[in-house]
Design a protein around this ligand. Sequence first.
Ligand code: GTP
Ligand code: MG
Length: 298
Amino acid sequence: MAFKSGFVTIIGRPNVGKSTLLNLLTGEKIAIISNKPQTTRHTIRTILTTEEYQIIFVDTPGIHKPKTKLGEFMIQEALGTFDGVDLILYMVDARDKKIGPGDSMIIGELKKAGVPTILLINKIDMVEKSLLLPLIAQYSEAYDFDEIIPISALDPKTKELVLNVVKEKLPEGEMYYPEDMLTDQQERVLAQELIREKLLHLLDDEVPHGIGVEVIRFKEKEDKNIIEIDANIYCEKESHKGIIIGKEGKMLKRVGTLARQDMERLFGSKVFLQLWVKVKEDWRNSDFMLNELGYKKE
Ligand SMILES: Nc1nc2c(ncn2[C@@H]2O[C@H](COP(=O)(O)OP(=O)(O)OP(=O)(O)O)[C@@H](O)[C@H]2O)c(=O)[nH]1
Ligand SMILES: [Mg+2]
């Protein structure tokens, strides 16, 4: 059988489970995940290579109505992936009773793009099966999806189910990337994201959305098998800084320990991590800061 290859983008509203699915499909923890919407801010490519195919999955920020320049960047990142991909995996939440305005907007974009699309109705572990049929009926009326598949991204069996369908739709083609390449994300970006993930997990709702992380030093000391990483955590208010640092620095220490453990696993090396917290009012609307933190197109 001829080798197949292609680009597959994963899109949908915030918090529907896109990054969870990406990590399940590739078997690696590359994308960060949290229970808070707008966790993913850049597109992330991860590459799955087998003897039969190479799939480049593109995880994208949740599509929402932007309120800041950062939000606008995120939407552009997501919509920008429609162009030139071989297949779209569009995820929605099985708990939705009907198609809301956010998903109607996304379907409008799908119609413009005209790329083959599989609808994945996710989180079916959280709903009664009988509620799925009416939702499926609504979606199949709204758009001519290639397939509609109810899934749970938390169920390991979903991996094979989705990969089989994706494989079927892939065109024949060569490898785009070396077979041992896992992601196009630089290690410093992965480090930055892991720190942000811990902050999302440990802090209450209001604070994390206003957080940006910048790795200011990433130095590999190969002779000692250690990586030294320094990072700034930017927040929008003096009161948030206090929360992030915590009583006697406890919160920051926890963030640092958890992020370091994940980094050591991912990089296969010891990590020495130092964190600083800085206040930058309204940085999410500052072109300069967005540029600094990598939320700008080159
Ligand atoms: N019960 C259940 N929870 C899920 C499932 N898939 C994902 N989740 C949870 O949903 C939350 C959001 O998951 P993410 O993967 O971060 O969602 P996302 O679509 O990438 O979100 P953004 O990056 O903000 O757009 C996390 O708490 C996941 O654990 C599922 O099938 N069932
Ligand atoms: Mg995500």
